[in-house]
Design a protein around this ligand. Structure first.
Ligand code: NAD
Ligand code: ZN
Ligand code: ZN
Length: 396
């Protein structure tokens, strides 16, 4: 099969790889019809993780079931399914409590497993024609009748929609709350969408990319451009000098100052300032336990210069971590089905698998207009069709 393979920093290519097979009677095989590129893929693409070369990337996957193992009882061939990016066993202490992002058995020695992800187990990703899904009954969400019609919405259930929602849950967003969200990437925009769904009052989204801030505004939030004036000042202005009730961190350790220089503690320390005393912060942006390629000696050890004194003096709370996608995907699926949520509105590019390397390059450079890239294995984009026609013409 064709798959997008990681060959080293900024080097991904579509290669011929062995087809996945049923390995355990609980496995399901899925023909991938939509799979996304995520901000989390970029940490690997940038060479900022210990991702092994030769592995297939892709953890935001949706497709059609083509084979099921003997022990699979619920999921059937022909079902359209969306898989949470985390792989859970369903029977460990954490999975039983709904904490499937921290499964204790799928990646022994570490709490948490995922497809095509550094440090999250040996599982291949789904930026490919086919994907093996372990414990298929547990990990496949069977989609409703309108699965094909709303495929570009449902695919967001694999990660960014539940992750955005998780940010608001970790922050404890309640109806009427004012919320400041750092990051207007796909995750921040989904946090904004989720805060809206939860009935938050004022929602402010901080970034310095005009195109992404425009999307935030279209989602009914107040865009805060930190390149124009310090974000904290702008948030305080919007909240009578008190700060927002809740804060969401949706950027992670590769956050930058207004000159584009990475400084891993910016968003966390700004959130301490921009959120009110006794407020709470949900952190879904990724921070890692070591980052040897960082220029910051603290960050190299996975540490940061965090303003803990002010955080404590203000009596604040914070919660962090990977989203437990399965805790939310069924309810969020129903919202999509009932037209109460439309996560596909942030999609900027729909490409074929062949065009994925190009998609990575543009998304990584945060080129204007490249907000969320989805890939359609098995389909060719107009551009790749055109290129193929040109190649044919040359050959003739
Ligand atoms: N916890 C989880 O389960 C989970 C799941 C998916 C993604 N993530 C993580 O969430 C983060 C965001 O993902 P994404 O796909 O939206 O990525 P992204 O890289 O597309 O978006 C990040 C955005 O943050 C902005 N930004 C940079 N510095 C900033 C600053 N100082 N202040 C405000 N904004 C700033 C960038 O301009 C960009 O628009 C990443 O770290 C990703 O790995 C976590
Ligand atoms: Zn993702
Ligand atoms: Zn488990």
């Amino acid at each position: 099969m064709k798959a997008l393979v990681y060959y080293g920093p900024k080097n991904v290519r579509v290669s011929e790889m062995p087809d996945p097979k049923i390995e355990q009677p609980t496995d399901v095989l899925v023909k991938i019809t939509t799979t996304n590129i995520c901000g989390s893929d970029l940490h690997m693409y940038d060479g900022r993780t210990n991702m092994e070369e030769g592995r297939i990337l892709g953890h935001e996957n949706l497709g059609e079931v083509i084979e099921v193992g003997k022990a699979v009882v619920q999921i059937k061939v022909g079902d359209m399914v969306c898989m949470p990016f985390n792989i859970g066993c369903g029977h460990c202490k954490n999975c039983e409590s709904g904490l499937t992002g921290f499964c204790l058995t799928m990646n022994p020695g570490f709490a948490g497993a995922a497809y095509g992800f550094a440090g999250m187990g040996p599982y291949s990703g789904g930026q490919a024609e086919y994907l093996r899904v372990p414990y298929g009954d547990f990990n496949c969400l069977k989609l409703p009748e309108d699965a094909k019609e709303k495929e570009n919405d449902y695919v967001m259930l694999s990660d960014i929609f539940p992750t955005g929602y998780h940010a608001t849950q970790l922050a404890g967003v309640m109806p009427g709350d004012s919320v400041v969200i750092y990051g207007a990437g796909p995750v921040g925009l989904m946090a904004a969408h989720s805060a809206n769904i939860k009935g938050a009052g004022k929602i402010m989204v901080v970034d310095d990319h005009p195109d992404r801030l425009k999307l935030a505004e279209e989602l009914g939030t107040i865009p805060i451009d930190f390149s124009k004036a310090p974000a904290v000042d702008q948030v305080l202005e919007h909240t009578n000098g008190l700060g927002a009730d809740r804060g969401c961190e949706c950027v992670g350790y590769q956050c930058c100052d207004k000159h584009g220089h990475e400084q891993p503690n910016i968003t966390m320390n700004e959130l301490v300032k921009a959120v009110k005393a006794t407020g709470s912060i949900g952190v879904v942006g990724v921070f890692i336990s070591q980052d040897p390629k960082s220029k910051d000696p603290l960050e190299q050890k996975g540490h940061m210069d965090f303003d803990f004194g002010n955080f404590w003096m203000k009596g604040m709370r914070m919660a962090t971590g990977q989203a437990n996608v399965k805790a939310y995907n069924r309810q969020l699926c129903d919202l999509i089905s009932q037209d109460k949520a439309k996560p596909s509105r942030i999609i900027s590019h729909e490409l074929s698998l062949e065009d994925a390397p190009d998609g990575y390059k543009h998304f990584d450079e945060r080129d204007r207009g490249w907000t969320k890239v989805i890939l359609k294995p098995g389909k060719s984009t107009d551009r790749s069709k055109k290129a193929a026609e040109q190649r044919e013409a040359v050959a003739l």
